[in-house]
Write a protein that binds this ligand. Sequence first.
Ligand SMILES: NC(=O)c1ccc[n+]([C@@H]2O[C@H](COP(=O)([O-])OP(=O)(O)OC[C@H]3O[C@@H](n4cnc5c(N)ncnc54)[C@H](O)[C@@H]3O)[C@@H](O)[C@H]2O)c1
Length: 256
Amino acid sequence: MPKTPDYFQGKTIVITGAASGIGRAAALIFAREGANVVCADLNEAGAKETAALVNAKGSQALAIKLDVTKRAQVDDTVKRAIGAFGTVHFLFNSAGAAIRRSKFLEIDDDLVEKTFDLNVKGTLYGMQAVLPHMLENKFGVIVNVGSMAHRRGGPGSSIHYAAAKGAVVTMTMGVAREFASQGIRALSISPGPVRTPFQDAAATSPELAKKFLEDVPMGRFGEAGEIAELVLFMCSDACEFMTADTVYVNGGGGWR
Ligand SMILES: NC(=O)c1ccc[n+]([C@@H]2O[C@H](COP(=O)([O-])OP(=O)(O)OC[C@H]3O[C@@H](n4cnc5c(N)ncnc54)[C@H](O)[C@@H]3O)[C@@H](O)[C@H]2O)c1
């Protein structure tokens, strides 16, 4: 997928949410390409497991316990990544969740705060932590995760989450445009339903799961690797004119 063979060899990516789902799939794909992978997650055991899988592919890994809602921890993660590998070329902010499902009138302050802390502040902190380093190197690619939900508003179950992902998509666009002339690219991916533990939590009822599937023309959930391959492409030198936008990966729809 990169234009140059071995493009990722020896380059370094920091991945948040690396213990599970799309974050772990990305870690394994970057490991396949020979990149060093910093596996950061609140779930320390899971991050270590991902790091071991990266090592098993012959790449170097660093597992870090990280709560992305804590700015100091995010800053420290980036420092440790630079300390271990010298340069951080890529950041993939995959940590995110809907926290819980709720009808709009039942969304309380606690749910709003937790959802925005994790999805919005967690993404903002990562970008602010790594950008000074990337600017110094005049190179860096940041990939964030939005959601189809941001296009559709999440009625009935997840307006809080859809709004937070809307903020992620907008923030990504702003960062991309602010730093576009300084060697930085930033993109987001907006997946439809992907088969990960996130969906296990989301599909709290068989009716909800059925509703998700009926909305996808391909009639199936996406796989984590199908999102993670796009992260690789976005970070590669085959994608150098692309920045700011979100890319929908959704089996053909989910627009109604
Ligand atoms: N799976 C889907 O259908 C789907 C659809 C659209 C968007 N997304 C988004 O994709 C991203 C990845 O989700 P996934 O499906 O791989 O889910 P997942 O639950 O498999 O993985 C999320 C990871 O984030 C970690 N995490 C949660 N809170 C954290 C925190 N405070 N600090 C650090 N790590 C934390 C979890 O421990 C977990 O390992 C999320 O941003 C999610 O909102 C998922």
